[in-house]
Design a binder for this molecule. Structure first.
Ligand code: IMP
Ligand code: MG
Length: 179
């Protein structure tokens, strides 16, 4: 099994890029079918979604716009359970059909917070798309409209996801090795 080291931790190969590509193609096809009449505004949550958003949007064939917002609730391998303010959303949300794009939904706290902030700006609709989802960690009850790959409650890196700032550039996904 291929393993890598990032700072003080060892990680082992978990999801090769080919599987991610397949999941993204499936999500994009569903979005192209369901959102064709809506000229959606995709909003990617930085930094984690830069790779997912780029790969997904290359496969979106309907009229759409893409922008990004920024906020972070994580440091190290445990959620801090604190969400900071949203940076980067001007008055572009009103009356738009929004698709929030996230790299991974864990507890759901981050997206729940973003949804509530976006509602204040009066969008026409809000949908959620995530590359990875940890169902057993999910504590909220909003609907996740587009899910790439469901995973157990592992800590993962790669494909946009980081461990302490590193590993986002890896095309494959690795999981933390049990000690
Ligand atoms: P939530 O608010 O608990 O849903 O966590 C969402 C955010 O935590 C994601 O956008 C990621 O930035 C980060 N996160 C959650 N799980 C992982 C993981 O396994 N590896 C790296 N980052 C993660
Ligand atoms: Mg994130």
């Amino acid at each position: 099994m291929k393993t890598i080291k990032i700072k003080d931790r060892e990680f082992e190969l978990f999801i090769p890029n080919g599987e991610i590509e397949t999941a993204i193609s499936r999500m994009a096809a569903k979005m192209n079918r369901e959102l064709a009449e809506l000229t959606p505004l995709f909003i990617g949550v930085l930094n984690g979604t830069f790779m997912f958003a780029a790969d997904l949007l290359k496969k979106i064939t309907i009229p759409c716009e893409i922008t990004f917002l920024r906020l972070s609730s994580y440091s190290g391998i445990h959620s801090t359970k604190q969400v900071k303010e949203i940076i980067g959303l001007e008055n572009i949300v009103k009356n738009r059909n929004i698709i929030i794009l996230e790299d991974i939904i864990d507890s759901g706290l981050t997206i729940d917070y973003i949804i509530n902030k976006l509602i204040e700006k009066n969008p026409a609709s809000i949908k959620v798309g995530t590359m990875f989802f940890k169902p057993s960690a999910f504590k909220k009850n909003f609907i996740i409209d587009y899910i790439g790959i469901e995973i157990p409650n592992y800590f993962i890196v790669g494909y946009g996801l980081d461990y302490d700032g590193q590993g986002r550039n890896l095309p494959d996904v690795y999981k933390l090795k049990e000690e």
